[in-house]
Design a protein. Sequence first.
Length: 409
Amino acid sequence: MDATILLHWAEFAVRWLHVITAIAWIGSSFYFIALDLGLNRNIPGPADGEEWQVHGGGFYHIQKYMVAPEAMPEHLTWFKWESYATWLSGVALLILLYWVGAELYLIDWTVMELAPWQAIAISAFSLVLGWVAYDLLCKSRLGDNPTLLMLLLFGIIVVLSWAYTQVFSGRAALLHLGALTATIMTANVAMIIIPNQKVVVADLKAGRTPDPKYGKIAKLRSTHNNYLTLPVIFLMLSNHYPLAFASDWNWLIASLVFLMGVTIRHFFNTMHARGGYRWWTWGATAAIFAAIVYLSILPLMRQDAQAEAAALSPNAERFAAHASFPDVATVVLGNCSYCHAAEVTYPGLAAAPGGVILDTDAAIATHAMDIYLQAGVSHAMPPGGVAELWEEDRALIRDWYREVTGGAL
């Protein structure tokens, strides 16, 4: 089995792990937010609130202590590994897809001509720098004014959305904005929320009264995580929607997604807090979504970057220079360009699936690995109802790719 196929299965395994851990993290996060907001706080005693719930045929009696109970319980469950595992698997997927496949997914030569190592360095550095800047802002005096802090953070998100699109491909820009946000969320858990809770636990074990400031600090970061969750999900899935990432206005679309996350979460937060239904949030969400749709279909659509590049990357040049490339290009153009073109001709498609455009020699050479995996070693493409690719054509694609790479990635 060649290295490309092994890499593809590694991506599949890590992606599946990432999805599973993300479901666990988001699920527990949403549950505790709803629980905290729905607590009955009109009860006597030291508890900050309590809630009776029924699920699976059983009844649950839950109490919350704002700082800590009088004595440490024998067993204490920590909710942290869901977050850590989600981030670790996400970084592994980022490396497998966008770092190993930098020339295909990360770099856009029409935006900025970068060597793979340069693009990877910018990718890694931006995640670290983003967290450091965010953390410093939260620890500044702005931390005492959560509303002003949130407005400033949104302004920074808009700037970062634009900045990423000036460096990476549209697909990678939105993905990195999501990765940066997820890094902030996990770092909030690992470096602020959990350490503060451990301080409280240590005070209890030592017989000291815990300082309520630690709970206040953790609450601010937890609130941020609450409102960032939905935008992160959109940005993680955005690579499946070229109308979002391949638009001239992709940076503004990404920024508006954060506003949608705020309006949707505000509706559910107020509902869980028994403060009534804020139906205006649905109107605001619909208006923002309509604006996103409008931005995605403006005439100045940005087509696939590699297909329009004035010069091929060194890796793509090798595929284009091979003796069998003209025959491969003829096969691809005759069977794939109905859907994968700058001007899609297949009924019902508004844009090329996955943002992959295969209507020029440059684009075909750039997407050599995708063509090999989708139409060479598997029968995923083209769909049987659209075109029929003969086995000798698939063999031609396989031989072309393997001869150029020698089985390497």
